[in-house]
Design a binder for this molecule. Structure first.
Ligand code: HEM
Length: 503
């Protein structure tokens, strides 16, 4: 079995390199094809023998032995057409189909009822299922690797920081950080690259709110580390010298070296009474107890902080960058945001910051962000694992199989959103107008994104202080494309803009 896994890994690596390089020669393709045919022939018997009877399984193709349809999937992501991977198979096989992705046979369920099946049945039919190779980069001891009771306890602990009630206490600090950054780093330039500046702003806010770290040198180091981690988490997990995955494992070690002493020092300060238990996320994590009354270990805290930075940094960066990009070509919408934010600003005295109550008045701003996330969702969906045999639409999904739901089966579909390719924030004006389980940028159910209220607050505050600091902006290249390489949708050149400061 070990050798078969090795053959599979070698094939995946070779094909992936070809995909990445975009320049396969005819000879390369031939030798690759022959390698695959021979290897495929050798392992086909084992593969088929291992398969369960297929009669009630959903229709579909498992693709090449072991390799599955991973390459088609990665290719669809890379060429900015993730929906095509799903659409082609829905057309051929119907709304539930089987495939094989990232080494595992997987059943894809599409449309609102498929989304509902996975998102409303955590611990009853399914559990969250992140690949181990991914968890090694994110943090093996983080929430993402937990299920059942352990998951509930840790999630509740994190929510003592991320619930709306708790977040209210951080609005002032976050507001001050955002405004300071915009004035000190953005306003001093006439032109900026939005993507890189927003990423800087986000790490600055995250470091300050999560563990009160203000050292810009360490923030820069964290930005580099997370760049490598994101690339590694979307690569084939080959732990060989020179691979993206190996580099990412090394980056995770560097991250542990930065975070561990911060955790240890704070634990000491809390024990000595020289830090308060609600100072920031780190203090909260150091004082919450698990179901058995135990404190979290240093390793659990480091891994959870790593997971939260991984979850929060680039997702919010993509959302803010694309919101500005879409608004730059929809000036009517931007004018409405300016009106909404200036109204809030007009009720403030000099130096007064935005409050939690003010963010409730940013309804139109949030509609714009939702529309951005509908058109350019940050991920493609998430995997679950069946914990029992699941009967669905006349098929049986066997216990142990992976399942995948996807935003791409509803977000841009005419059946759920009229004129889906048009940027129209008003479609979110009336909440009830959006059918259940059709709009899922943050997932849903008990595993809904832990940081979604925080992300909402960050984007709303950003838009407020952006409007307050600048009277307008223009795109240097209004036709700049948006790409999804490696995973998040981003403008190819980072969206350079010209800024016009308010006088
Ligand atoms: C616009 C910004 C964001 C988007 C679009 C987003 C989207 C998502 C999605 C789709 C999921 C999967 C949910 C599921 O499987 O049902 C998720 C999970 C998660 N997100 Fe976010 N996210 C964002 C911001 C954040 C932030 C700011 C944080 C933390 C500071 C965060 C932390 C997490 C974590 C820890 C999980 C895993 C939850 C679990 O497995 O229980 N995210 N997010």
């Amino acid at each position: 079995m070990g050798i078969l896994l090795w053959i599979k890994a070698a094939i995946v690596a070779k094909y992936y390199d070809v995909l990445q390089a975009h320049q396969a020669t005819a000879v390369g393709v031939c030798s690759l094809t022959i390698t695959i045919m021979i290897a495929g022939f050798l392992i086909l018997k084992v593969y088929l023998k291992d398969d369960k009877p297929q009669s009630k399984l959903p229709p579909g193709s498992l693709g090449l032995p072991f390799l599955g349809e991973t390459l088609q999937f990665l290719w669809a992501l890379k060429s900015n057409k993730p929906e095509e991977f799903f659409d082609e198979r829905v057309k051929k096989f119907g709304h539930v189909f089987k495939t094989s992705l990232l080494s595992d046979p997987t059943v894809v369920v599409t449309g609102p009822s498929g989304n509902r099946l996975l998102l409303s049945n955590e611990n009853k039919l399914v559990v969250g299922a992140f690949p181990n190779s991914f968890l090694r980069l994110i943090g093996i001891d983080s929430l993402m690797s937990r299920s059942g009771g352990e998951y509930r306890v840790l999630r509740a602990a994190l929510m003592t920081f991320f619930s709306p009630e708790a977040l209210q206490n951080h609005v002032r600090k976050l507001s001050l950080k955002m405004e300071q950054h915009l004035i000190e780093k953005w306003k001093v330039r006439q032109e900026i690259n939005v993507l890189s500046m927003v990423r800087q702003l986000n790490i600055y806010s995250i470091c300050s709110l999560f563990f009160s770290l203000e050292d810009e040198h360490i923030q820069e180091q964290l930005l580099d580390i997370f760049e490598v981690l994101v690339l590694g988490s979307m690569s084939v997990p080959l732990d060989f010298p020179g691979t993206r995955y190996r580099r990412a494992l090394y980056a995770k070690k560097k991250l542990n070296i930065i975070l561990s002493p911060i955790v240890q020092e704070r634990r000491k300060h809390l024990q000595q009474g020289s830090a308060s238990s609600d100072k920031d996320l780190l203090s909260v994590l150091l004082t919450v107890k698990d179901g058995k009354g135990n404190l979290l270990t240093d390793k659990e805290i480091v891994d959870n902080i790593s997971m939260l930075i991984h979850g929060g940094l680039d997702s919010t960066t993509s959302t803010i960058t694309l919101t500005l990009k879409l608004l730059s070509s929809n000036k009517g919408c931007y004018d409405q945001i300016v009106k909404e934010q200036m109204q809030i600003l007009s009720s403030k005295k000099e130096g007064e910051v935005v409050t939690w109550q003010d963010t409730k008045k940013m309804q139109y701003t949030w509609q714009v962000v939702q529309e951005t996330l509908r058109m350019f969702p940050v991920g493609f969906g998430t995997f679950r694992r069946a914990i029992v045999d699941i009967e669905y639409n006349g098929y049986t999904i066997p216990k142990g199989w992976k399942l995948l739901w996807s935003v791409h089966s509803t977000h841009r579909k005419e059946a759920y959103f009229k004129d889906p390719d048009e940027f129209r924030p008003s479609r979110f004006e009336v909440e009830e107008a959006v059918a259940p389980y059709t709009f899922l940028p943050f997932g849903g159910g008990t595993r809904i994104c832990v940081g979604w209220e925080f992300a909402k607050l960050e984007v709303q505050l950003f838009m407020h202080y952006f409007v307050k600091t600048f009277s307008d902006y223009v795109a240097i290249d209004p036709d700049e494309n948006i790409t999804m390489d490696p995973l998040l949708p981003l403008p190819v050149n980072g969206f350079p803009i010209k800024l016009f400061p308010r006088s």
